[in-house]
Design a protein around this ligand. Structure first.
Ligand code: AMP
Length: 213
């Protein structure tokens, strides 16, 4: 968990490679749907372009279905979901039924000025979704993805006014989700102003201990 631009995508992708579990990122799933030609795709696109959240019913169904796919059987990393209390409650209920509850929630925290600066530099591969940053984590060849050779671009929902709106929406709704997990003893807060590698080391320490159990 954490505000847009705090580094969730990058850290999640690295953990995914280290633990061989998929990253399930609701934003990436919506970006794939929004390019389809359908009323549902147009509706999703409208929410995203404003920086608003897609309604809970659509989001919950999409993510819970994805978690049932075979590649997520041995574990998964969620990125960008849950973002509302309703989503967190639905996720807990569904996973309790499957006897594989959410064990750890990591909240990456950083002040707004750090986040806005990172968002301005953020780029993403339009093919495989690998995340880059022009300042801290650039592609080896400008504009070309290191992994798949796709185009490295700035997301269309990352215009400055949309970024500010996304941060507001985060503060309004998602901060409450952190309290939900804190009150059930599952939340660890990590300082995301540290360098990428230092944050990654903290996450490994936390998850390594859990995997060894
Ligand atoms: P992200 O890539 O996680 O920043 O998500 C991009 C956009 O997708 C968000 O601004 C929302 O419009 C939508 N979205 C992603 N995840 C969710 C979610 N869990 N609930 C509602 N909307 C979401």
């Amino acid at each position: 968990m954490g505000p847009p631009g705090v580094g969730k995508g990058t850290q999640g992708q690295r953990l995914s490679a280290a633990y061989d579990v998929p990253v399930i990122a609701s934003g990436d799933m919506f970006r794939r749907v929004r390019v389809e030609e359908s009323p549902r795709a147009r509706e999703i696109q409208a929410y995203m372009d404003r920086g608003d959240m897609v309604p809970d019913e659509m989001t919950i169904e999409m993510v819970l279905d994805r978690l049932k796919k075979p590649d997520a059987r041995g574990g998964f990393i969620l990125d960008g979901f849950p973002r509302t209390i309703a989503q967190a409650v639905a996720l807990d209920a569904d996973l309790a039924n499957q006897e594989r509850p959410i064990e750890h929630v990591v909240l990456l925290q950083a002040p707004a000025d750090v986040i806005l600066a990172r968002l301005a530099g953020r780029r993403v591969c339009d093919s495989c979704s690998k995340v880059y940053n022009v300042d801290s984590n650039p592609a080896r060849v400008d504009g070309v993805c290191d992994v798949c050779g796709g185009n490295v671009i700035q997301r269309t929902d990352e215009a400055p006014e949309v970024q500010r709106r996304r941060l507001e929406v985060y503060e309004e709704q998602t901060a409450a989700v952190a309290s939900y997990y804190r009150s059930s003893g599952r939340l660890t807060v990590v300082d995301a102003t540290l360098a990428l590698d230092a944050v990654q080391a903290e996450l490994h320490q936390l998850l390594g201990a859990a995997v060894a159990r």
